[in-house]
Design a protein. Sequence first.
Length: 512
Amino acid sequence: MDFKQLVSHCKEYGFIFQSSEVYDGLAAVYDYGPYGVELKNNIKNYWWKSMVSMHQNIVGLDAAIFMHPKTWKASGHVDAFNDPLVDNKDSNKRYRADQLVEGYCDKIEAKIKKDVEKARKKFGDSFDEEQFRTTNGRIVDRQKRIDDVMTQLGEHMRNEDMAGLKNLIVELEIACPESGSREWTDVRQFNLMFSTQLGNIAGEEGKLYLRPETAQGIFVNFLNVQKTTRQKIPFGIAQIGKAFRNEIVARQFIFRMREFEQMEMQFFIPPGTEMEWYKYWKETRMNWHAALGTPASKLRFHDHDNLAHYANAAADIEFEFPFGFKELEGIHSRTDFDLSSHQELSGKKLQYFDPERNENYVPYVVETSIGCDRMFLALVSQALQEETVPDAEGKESTRIVMKIHPALAPVKVAVLPLLKNKEALTKAAKDVFDQLKLKFNCQYDEKDAIGRRYRRQDAIGTPYCVTIDFDTLEDNTVTIRDRDSLKQERVAIDQLTSIISEKIDISQVLAS
Ligand code: GAP
């Protein structure tokens, strides 16, 4: 299923709507509909359980979005949270200069991929992709071109060399995707923080920022949490919450939004141990994705050469979205940058007495940070499929099915009376619904033929449909239809709750 179909499916089936659609929408801001909010809550629940409930030494926090403005000075966001901005003089369209260069490389990468796929078809089972990529002359040249350009981009970004970036765009003859024009303004830095104003203080003094990451609420609360929970280092603080960034280019649906949600965990550790914890969290987070059934071929690490102002090591977990491999989650070794800066600017000690080392120090931090919306997009893009299956009469028909993990599915069970106008059936079905709703997010549906009702549930990813038929009235049994295998199993009504509980249980995922 292509990306356009995915976006319209999300709208048509009540997962995601554009914000303020009646006013033609607000760019890069989205609202989650009835099924979207359920799925998003389930993602957050899975993250929270695996991060907080499963770890004795990780505790939760819910800090405010607004923070003292000095927070953002100390964190470096006022001075360094910038993206390089460039305008095309003919189309007046704005772009991120680094993304224009990355887009140039993506095009070369797409050509490489095409050649690889051609060769795979030609050589069949004996095809060795690694060998082909390293020995085929054309691919080697193209890969070298990508590496050269990315190295130059990395240097310009690191040195904040805006003139160098502009020259690179000109040298590579990059044209505006909209107008085809190569007339570019100079590249300049653009700060991504949104600001607003306190009502009772005028001017700069009253300027507030909407947080661009949730992490800072954790840093400034480090001692409050440590003291009140009597945690010993190493320990972590986890938080889920909104973040805001004035993204220059907001494309690709919920991949890059101006208002989004982060799930972040800051792990406080003794100085000098950061590389070992960095490695640990990289592996742990990759396993978290794999546990949900995401194939290894769709996930990869990308180690950063170009480090953010606070990090001494950083990697992304990239997922293969419909528009290519892109960042899904970041794991960063943030050193003691944030705590030391807050300590300096606030004049308050943010230190920990380590009884084992018998010394005071400012802890180092390794963080894991994942966008909930990106996780949503990753899950939906791999789950949504079009396939051919037999219909109720055994004829072949196509269906759109969202094969999302049952533990995360928005609706767990649909209760369907076989016929709508047989009161005995609808009554029995409503009784079953009343029993199941105590335990699961369920739907009762009696409208349309049974086949169409199954298709509606497939489209929103409901893993189980319980059908009440005439046998139910005789023997108190129902059928459970499995979304993926389409198998129907006859079971007693009084066993339904326990059977479904087992099938949708998140603990199997958490234990793996
Ligand atoms: N505290 C570290 C931090 O914020 P980041 O790499 O800038 O690091 C972390 O962001 C994660 O937040 C990303 O991996 C991504 O999943 C998500 N994210 C960042 N910007 C986003 C945006 N504009 N829209 C949606 N998700 C975003």
